[in-house]
Design a protein around this ligand. Structure first.
Ligand code: PNS
Length: 159
């Protein structure tokens, strides 16, 4: 069985993430979308909230599971029996950091293969950080996020 993990912060999930998930779900028998629990990083949404947003937007994708993990992605992948780590690439800056992460993950788990998916051109400017930046100032975020989660974002920025 080909099992892959797509780890991330997903704070919040964007249309770019969703596109990578949809495409990766076609490539693997099971895709685990896993939210990193990082107590040192200040996030807009809690891990439980981010998992519930992912569950909402991925509910019609039967081979996609939502989970969370602490610590190293390579260890988590070993623990759940995932042989592939999916990462999206938007540009050369992503490539530089993702390539380094791939090399480190390869040292930590030699059987873990990283699979890079190139972002669709309409998603290359999207990031969770940009969603939060625009939402902070009340701008339009509809082109960046799955609309099901918009109320949760709006709620956080309500004055
Ligand atoms: O949404 P992000 O910030 O792009 O996700 C990055 C993530 C969570 C995939 C990455 O930071 C990660 O795997 N963190 C866990 C710690 C780890 O395994 N680091 C890799 C070795 S440098």
């Amino acid at each position: 069985m080909r099992k892959a993990i797509y780890g991330g912060s997903f704070d919040p999930v964007t249309l770019g993430h969703l596109d990578i998930i949809r495409r990766a779900a076609k490539m693997f028998d099971v895709l685990v979308v896993a939210v990193l629990e990082n107590p040192n990083k200040k996030t807009l949404f809690t891990v439980a909230e981010r998992k519930s947003h992912l569950e909402l937007v991925l509910k019609d994708m039967p081979n996609v599971e939502v989970d969370s993990f602490e610590g190293l992605l390579a260890e988590y992948a070993k623990n759940i029996g995932a042989g592939f780590a999916v990462r999206g690439l938007r540009n050369a800056v992503d490539f530089a950091s993702e390539y380094q992460m791939h090399l480190i993950n390869r040292k930590l788990a030699e059987d873990l293969e990283t699979v890079f998916l190139a972002a669709d051109e309409e998603h290359i400017s999207l990031s969770s950080t940009n969603v939060k930046e625009v939402a902070t100032f009340g701008g339009d975020i509809d082109f960046m996020i799955p609309l099901e989660i918009k109320p949760y974002i709006t709620e956080k920025y309500k004055k």
